[in-house]
Design a protein around this ligand. Structure first.
Ligand code: PLP
Length: 420
């Protein structure tokens, strides 16, 4: 993985006390002593986002962009979110779209592609994806499009880039795949996959929802045509962020009201924007800026900050992840779902027990104060491919950079107890 290479010269370790002080949940009495291992379902929100949301509702809850100064300011706050996310993701402001969720965003995109694709054109999907980046593309079959499935290795749930050779043909137009799965969390070599696709003239749609909480990507460097993630899993409000590179946006055209043609950042959000949440989304970047200033001496452009923070998060998460994976591997009654090498994974870990169902395991953990989940997590196709019953699914334990060693120790103790 190339993440390590981005560490800035002044980087020490992550200052966890500083990090946790940015999240009100960690000082909320009703949440005390309940280690949070359900981050892949939705992370805690940082103070900066909550402050911005509150301020918007107090001071700017009007129709944005109208002539009154309050309305002008409301619009300016939304514009700032577009620009600041663009700078962090290394794209342009018009290429950043804020929609209600990633599922809604892919739905809109699929409507656009349905009009552009022709019968006989081929689309590659995976059976590793969350359904949000799978079902909408598979339904294009109704318009005569041929769907080809890039299948995981059943033992580990990993995708093999070598398999692409036989899947990409001269009819392939589109390819949808995850940056990393929300179950097996193996980090796919996105830049290599996108380069291969580009060479063959294939458009790439990358679901970064399970990845972005571990560091915002450089979308330009990845080479993806479309990159999606959900802010509610990335310390922010309930919004889906979607980058659509301009050349592709021009091909697909405006999907919103016809008179919004002049505003490219509105093209793929026919629902209309949630003003307050779009304005508050940049609170995530206030948090990242604060974190960067605290850990690095040199100031730098936002996309470089994203690289450095990603390395910082990675270095903080890796030892805990290795500990959790090692514990599961060594445990006589537990089975890891996914590859065992921590360096290739995000900090999302799924597992099964020899006798107990995931629900029984999860209930035992919950009874011991651990927040976690057991389900198929909308990755039904992946579980089926791995021979796992989706009706019971897996136990999933997911954490991020703000998780402490103490919390991991509590989890392992509780897991050992639950696994008797
Ligand atoms: C990997 C992955 N992709 C897509 C989604 C869908 O995101 P949203 O809830 O914003 O529609 C999720 C949600 O859990 C997810 O985990």
């Amino acid at each position: 993985m190339s993440l390590i290479g981005y560490a800035g010269e002044s980087m020490a370790g992550l200052d966890l006390d500083f990090v946790r002080a940015q999240f009100p949940a960690f000082s909320e009495p009703s949440l005390a002593d309940q280690p949070f291992f359900d981050n892949a379902g939705g992370s805690y929100a940082c103070q900066q986002v909550i402050d911005r949301l509150t301020a918007y509702y107090h001071q700017n809850k009007v129709q944005p962009y109208h002539l009154h100064p309050v309305a002008q300011q409301a619009g300016a706050l939304m514009d700032q979110s577009h620009q600041r996310f663009a700078d962090y993701l290394n794209v342009t402001a018009d290429e950043v779209h804020f929609g209600p969720s990633t599922s809604q965003n892919t739905y809109v995109l699929a409507q656009a592609f349905a009009r552009w694709l022709k019968p006989g054109d081929e689309v590659i999907v995976t059976n590793q994806d969350h359904e949000a980046n799978s079902g909408v593309w598979r339904r294009l079959e109704r318009s005569g499009v041929v769907i080809r499935e890039w299948q995981v290795k059943p033992e580990t749930g990993e995708l093999d880039i070598g398999d692409l050779e036989s899947l990409i043909t001269d009819k392939t137009k589109l390819m949808a795949f995850p940056h990393c799965s929300n179950i097996v969390a193996h980090i796919n070599p996105v830049a290599d996959i996108c380069a291969k696709a580009k060479q063959a003239g294939v458009i790439t749609i990358v679901d970064g929802v399970s990845y972005a909480g571990h560091g915002l990507p450089d979308v330009d460097e990845l080479g993806a045509d479309i990159y999606l993630f959900s802010l509610y899993k990335t310390y922010g409000p309930h919004q889906g962020v979607m980058v659509v590179r301009q050349a592709l946006a021009d091909t697909l055209g405006n999907q919103a009201h016809y008179f919004n043609e002049a505003y490219p950042h509105k093209w793929f959000v026919p629902a209309g924007p949630d003003h307050a949440q779009v304005a508050a989304a940049q609170g995530v970047l206030d948090y990242f800026d604060t974190l960067h200033a605290h850990h690095f001496t040199a100031t730098t452009k936002p996309s470089a900050k994203a690289h450095q923070l990603q390395s910082l998060f990675y270095a903080a998460e890796q030892p805990l992840l290795a500990q959790l994976l090692g514990f599961i591997n060594d445990h006589p009654t537990l089975r890891l779902v996914g590859p065992a090498d921590a360096r290739q994974r995000a900090a999302t870990v799924s597992l099964l027990h020899q006798q107990h169902s995931p629900q029984v395991l999860a209930q035992s953990l919950v009874d011991q104060g651990i927040q976690c989940g057991a389900a198929h997590f909308y990755a039904v196709r992946l579980l089926e491919a791995m021979g796992i019953d989706p009706t019971t699914g897996v136990l999933r334990l997911s954490f991020v950079h703000y998780t402490s060693q103490t919390e991991m120790d509590q989890l392992l103790q509780a897991l050992d107890m639950a696994s008797q």
